[in-house]
Ligand binder design. Structure first.
Ligand SMILES: [Ca+2]
Length: 341
């Protein structure tokens, strides 16, 4: 990155341009293997510098705790009970696409941190809610980057955990169970507090959703999961949200790059359906995991505390009574003995 101390405006401009070129080259090296033959779509993308002529970010709206700085868009700070959102305002017209997100999740917590962030392709946008900052009963695709395991009952994965869910607006995302009852697929990825740049790529091509990650800084993309037979219409919006609760983390979006990907619709015999009227649906969702009733005591922690204190007092009084009583008894016995003799 350039550092310049000259007051020359010309040199400043040259340096800025060189900086952008080097940044672009770095990013370019990272995404070469993932972008396939797609056409870059600037209107759905977010790259530095984020701001347009004023404080606005062209084609993007943000809300909640989200703060746009020079180098990142911070959805939540490393503070409790925050919700942040970032939504693109342009309906997606292509039915095959790829979205590549450069993100960072980091914070002071060593063993306790959360809750997570999500990438969206949904009909609704800008509605705050309980699904990692977004509304529940969403319509479309959600990809969750869940850092805190709320899980209840058996599941066999570690956190951070990336999973995806397709919803037609009728299914509840069960946050307390990490959404595992409604997910299509998922994988564990150690992306938090990474010293390297961390990327996630989501593609929807020929009705296939594929999620890949790159977190090692060596251009080593790994497939998280692939799900076939997924229906998603055009006309939805890309977005990102994040939430913290009792536990917290910084959830940062550094860039979003969207590509229009070719498919088989150019083939002579291919009859394109009306992509805009398709209902969101996933054929291969995982079979639901049984809900397990939370094991909870019949008394609140406060009640347990009060009962414990009362028991201790009773115990102490009992001991004092026993000691004093015993002492009095011995004295009494000694007095009787004296009288006897
Ligand atoms: Ca969680």
């Amino acid at each position: 990155m350039c550092t310049i101390y000259s007051s020359s405006a010309f040199l400043l401009v040259v340096c800025s341009l060189l900086s952008l070129v080097f940044c672009a080259q770095d990013a370019g090296q990272m995404i070469d293997s993932i972008e396939q033959d797609g056409y870059y779509r600037r209107e759905y993308s977010l790259t530095q510098p984020y701001h347009g002529t004023g404080m606005d970010v062209p084609n993007w709206e943000f809300g909640g705790s989200t703060v746009v700085s020079t180098n990142y868009v911070r959805l939540t700070p490393d503070r409790q009970s925050k919700n942040g959102m970032l939504w693109n305002t342009v309906p997606v017209v292509m039915h095959n696409w790829e979205i590549l997100i450069h993100f960072a999740v980091h914070g002071q917590g060593k063993t306790l941190f959360g809750d997570g962030s999500a990438i969206w392709y949904t009909k609704e946008r800008g509605e705050k809610g309980p699904v990692l900052g977004n509304r529940d009963y969403f319509t479309g695709l959600g990809v969750f980057l869940d850092t805190y395991s709320n899980h209840n009952g058996e599941h066999v994965h570690d956190h951070p955990y990336i999973s995806a869910m397709v919803n037609n607006g009728s299914v509840h995302y069960d946050h307390d169970r990490d959404g595992t009852h409604s997910q299509m697929a998922g994988c564990s990825v150690k992306f938090r507090n990474s010293q390297q740049d961390t990327f996630v790529a989501i593609s929807y091509i020929n009705r296939q959703v594929m999620v890949m990650t790159n977190i090692d800084g060596n251009d080593d993309w790994k497939t998280c999961f692939v799900v076939n037979d997924v229906d998603l219409p055009t006309g939805y919006y890309f977005g990102a949200t994040a939430a913290t609760g009792d536990l917290a983390d910084n959830h940062d979006i550094i860039s979003v790059r969207v590509y229009d990907v070719d498919d088989n619709s150019d083939e002579p015999d291919f009859e394109a359906p009306d992509w805009s009227t398709i209902k969101p649906k996933a054929k291969n969702a995982e079979s639901p995991r049984d809900h397990v009733k939370d094991v909870q005591g019949w008394l609140s922690p406060k009640a347990y505390q009060i009962i414990s204190i009362v028991l201790i007092i009773v115990l102490v009084l009992g001991v004092i009574t026993a000691v004093v009583g015993g002492f009095a008894f011995v004295k009494h016995q000694e007095k009787n003995k004296k009288r006897f003799f």
